[in-house]
Design a protein around this ligand. Structure first.
Ligand code: SAH
Ligand code: SF4
Ligand code: F3S
Length: 433
């Protein structure tokens, strides 16, 4: 019998990849993906808890399913991912209409758990092994059309003092190169043109070769037209990796390099183990070796102890580095992390006003950088029609910038040259040459 699965995925790319794997396992026991929550036989949440807002969103959505479950008791509701790992049993205590909770180390058990619940209903919780084995055989049901994710490692050992990820994702575990290669080949055979290798910190890949060697090897796989990776921790982005990108054929000239803050005092308190000076020198080295490289980053405002002076240091740092784009976050207290009990928590109004100033400064920089591209011709991987207008197509440059252009006869997956006619803060517009 064909059963319907509604999958709700929150959080980062790692969760997207995990959801695709769970969808693959559930397909083997008869579940096909569906958009409709009302008629689903199984509703599965793959959750995030990196900030309180992420967590609230999930709890809000789970809460809204109470009535549906009452009307259709045969419906199975499951919660997997990082919030499931963090809250475990408590999640079911707060939401008795949830049938099962599966931690991050157990996601490959999802089909077994669902089958047993189909036979007999009772609450099931397993968050026992956060650093669980990575399955060697995977058959993801991939979303997207031209671009897809391949995880190369799980977990994080860095323990930045604000971050819950090491607690809910466990210790670093690397996949074997052969398994990664075979998954990449599988994705290429399915028609994907762009592969993004994923890990919380890809530089500490330890599957029997360095990350730079792995990247170079994947670059040689036939059919990988574009290769990306994320995320890189500045503390160990090696010269070898910079050279691999510079010399690579299809490795895109884009590095996402989260800095988090522009003051040494705060970086120390965050346990980031580099200084502003180290970071600036690294950027210089990258820019010297990889012309036209695009650099993006993550920043946190309102970390405990952040003074006006520390915050100004972040603004000055942004003006100096000139990132192409930055993801900016308000510090969110995560209980169980060291920073949650630090003194001098910053007041909410200050956090919000700092976020606003930060975004204003970065937006001006992003716009100025994009304007420099005006009249140049860039290679674009076509993604398809835009959400709002079927005559406008979208795509991405190698530097990972979104670009819009009038549709001619190109299709998703094609490479076209586009001349940039207009630059905005978050996107470019142009015409196909
Ligand atoms: N492993 C990656 C990203 C992990 S989470 C890395 O190290 O870069 C993505 C981003 O969320 C982080 O870079 C950080 O900027 C932000 N983040 C993590 N914990 C946070 C918290 N408690 N409050 C606000 N932002 C946080
Ligand atoms: Fe979190 Fe730091 Fe690990 Fe990134 S490197 S996941 S910010 S602990
Ligand atoms: Fe969120 Fe987990 Fe990713 S906490 S950001 S989904 S690793």
């Amino acid at each position: 019998m064909d059963k319907k699965l509604k999958l709700l995925t929150y959080g980062c790319q790692m969760n997207v990849a995990d959801s695709e794997r769970m969808a693959g396992l559930l397909a083997k026991i008869g579940y096909t993906l569906s958009d409709d929550i009302e008629t689903a036989d199984l509703i599965l949440f793959n959750t995030c808890c990196v900030r309180a807002t992420a967590e609230d969103k999930v709890y809000g959505q789970i809460g809204r399913l109470k009535a549906l479950k009452r009307a259709r008791p045969e419906l199975i509701i499951g919660v997997a991912g990082c919030l499931a790992q963090k809250d475990g049993e408590n999640l079911i205590k707060r939401n008795s209409h949830v049938d099962f909770v599966l931690g991050t180390g157990q996601s490959s058990e999802v089909a077994r758990v669902v089958e047993s619940l189909e036979r007999e209903r009772k609450h099931f919780v397993d968050t026992s092994n956060v650093s669980g084995e990575i399955p060697t055989e995977v058959f993801p049901v991939r979303g997207g059309t031209v671009s897809t994710f391949v995880p190369i490692m799980y977990g994080c050992d860095n323990f930045c003092t604000y971050c819950i990820v090491p607690h809910v994702r466990g210790r670093e575990r690397s996949r074997k190169p052969e398994e990664i290669f075979s998954e990449v080949r599988q994705a290429v055979a399915e028609g994907f043109k762009e592969i993004t290798l994923l890990g919380q910190n890809v530089n500490s890949y330890a599957g029997g070769m360095t990350f730079a060697q792995l990247l170079t090897a994947v670059d040689k796989i036939s059919g990988v037209a574009r290769l990306r990776f994320m995320t890189s921790h500045p503390k160990d982005l090696s010269d070898e990796l910079i050279a691999a990108i510079a010399n690579g054929e299809n490795i895109c000239e884009h590095i996402h390099l989260p800095v988090q803050h522009g003051s040494d005092k705060i970086l120390r308190r965050m346990n980031r183990v580099y200084t502003v000076e180290n970071y600036l020198r690294l950027v210089e080295k990258i820019r010297a070796a990889i012309p036209n490289v695009s650099l993006t980053t993550d920043l946190i405002v309102g970390f405990p102890g952040e003074t006006d002076e520390d915050f100004s240091a972040t603004l000055n740092f942004l003006r100096e580095v000139k990132f192409d784009a930055a993801f900016t976050f308000i510090y969110s207290k995560r209980s169980g992390t060291p920073a949650a009990s630090f003194d001098e928590q910053v007041a909410d109004e200050i956090k919000h006003s700092r976020l606003e100033s930060l975004m204003k400064v970065q937006n001006e920089i992003s716009l100025a950088k994009n304007r420099l591209l005006k009249d140049s011709v860039v290679e674009v991987l076509v993604e398809g029609a835009s959400k709002t207008d079927e005559n406008i197509f979208t795509g991405r440059t190698r530097s990972n910038k979104l670009i819009l252009f009038a549709h001619g006869n190109e299709h998703a997956g094609d490479f076209v040259n586009v001349k940039i006619s207009q630059a905005q803060t978050f996107l470019l517009k142009g015409t196909v040459q």
